[in-house]
Design a protein around this ligand. Structure first.
Ligand code: ADP
Ligand code: MG
Length: 254
């Protein structure tokens, strides 16, 4: 029986996008691709994976990480375009591909003195690669962390790049330190509510689940793991649960 997603004509593209590096783009791209890949295995063992993680990051975090996961445990294919044009459109047009998770590099405003309505991506090679991806993006995920320095770049990303292009987006709160965010008497968590209020004030949609900060996430690339390989107990189970919830939210938003 074909599943309902087989009826859509082309692969859906989920793009991790935020001006600031270090906010969790690569972490979210790899782990969401892993959960999606687990849920969409190839029909036959020899078929290509219907889920692809694509990096246009020159740094190659995605490649470095995915290459460390033993091949038989990696539930998605990955490509690194290194800014070459045409590869993401080809993937999207491939009838065997259902989901593409794109990891992007942070970007730098080309000219901070440019007028407010100028396109901050400019016209360099990275800008062209980002443009190409954004044109195909069904859902952009913008990571927001408790670190104040990620807030302005998140807003800039949304107001100056995503909204003008009418790209559908969702803010994802990442690196929430839940252990140090004691609940008030009414049950709310001050740090988390502050981040949610930041989104509400700007009318930005945000994912109901916040991705908690866990050491297991920061060690995963070195250990050659994605969330689906985490042990199913204790902290690892909680760390992985956040990504399973987020994956569900992403599917619902597509
Ligand atoms: N939820 C999290 N808990 C713990 N560490 C995290 C979490 N999300 C990201 N990190 C770590 O923070 C650093 C930056 O994340 P990364 O995904 O590389 O960001 P970006 O791709 O936006 O530069 C990495 O060392 C990563 O392992
Ligand atoms: Mg990265």
């Amino acid at each position: 029986m074909p599943s309902s997603t087989d009826t859509s004509d082309r692969a859906k593209v989920v793009t991790l996008f935020q001006q600031k590096g270090g906010s969790g783009k690569s972490t979210l791209a790899v782990n969401l691709a892993a959960v999606s890949g687990q849920n969409n295995p190839p029909h036959n063992a020899d078929d290509p994976c219907p889920v692809v993680a694509a990096g246009i990051d020159r740094q190659g975090s995605l490649e470095d990480w995915a290459a460390r996961v033993p091949e038989e445990r990696l539930p998605f294919d990955y490509v690194v375009t290194k800014g070459r044009l045409g590869e993401i459109p080809d993937l999207v047009a491939d009838p065997a591909v259902k989901r593409v998770f794109v990891d992007t590099p942070g970007f730098v405003e080309t000219d901070p003195d440019a007028p407010m309505d100028a396109d901050p991506l400019g016209s360099g090679p990275t800008a062209k690669a980002l443009e190409e991806v954004l044109d195909l993006t069904d859902l952009a995920l913008v990571p927001l962390t408790p670190e104040w320095l990620t807030h302005r770049p998140a807003e800039f990303t949304i107001e100056r790049v995503l909204k003008p292009r009418k790209v559908n987006f969702l803010v994802v709160i990442n690196m929430w330190d839940s252990g140090n965010d004691r609940a008030r008497e009414d049950g709310t968590r001050p740090e988390l509510e502050k981040l949610r209020d930041w989104c509400r004030k700007r009318d930005y949609p945000f994912a109901a689940v916040a991705i908690r900060r866990y050491k297991v996430h920061s060690k995963a690339p070195e250990d050659g793991l994605t969330v689906i390989q985490y042990p199913e107990s204790g902290t690892s189970l909680r760390a992985r649960e956040d990504f399973y919830k987020l994956a569900l939210t992403v599917e619902q938003a597509l």
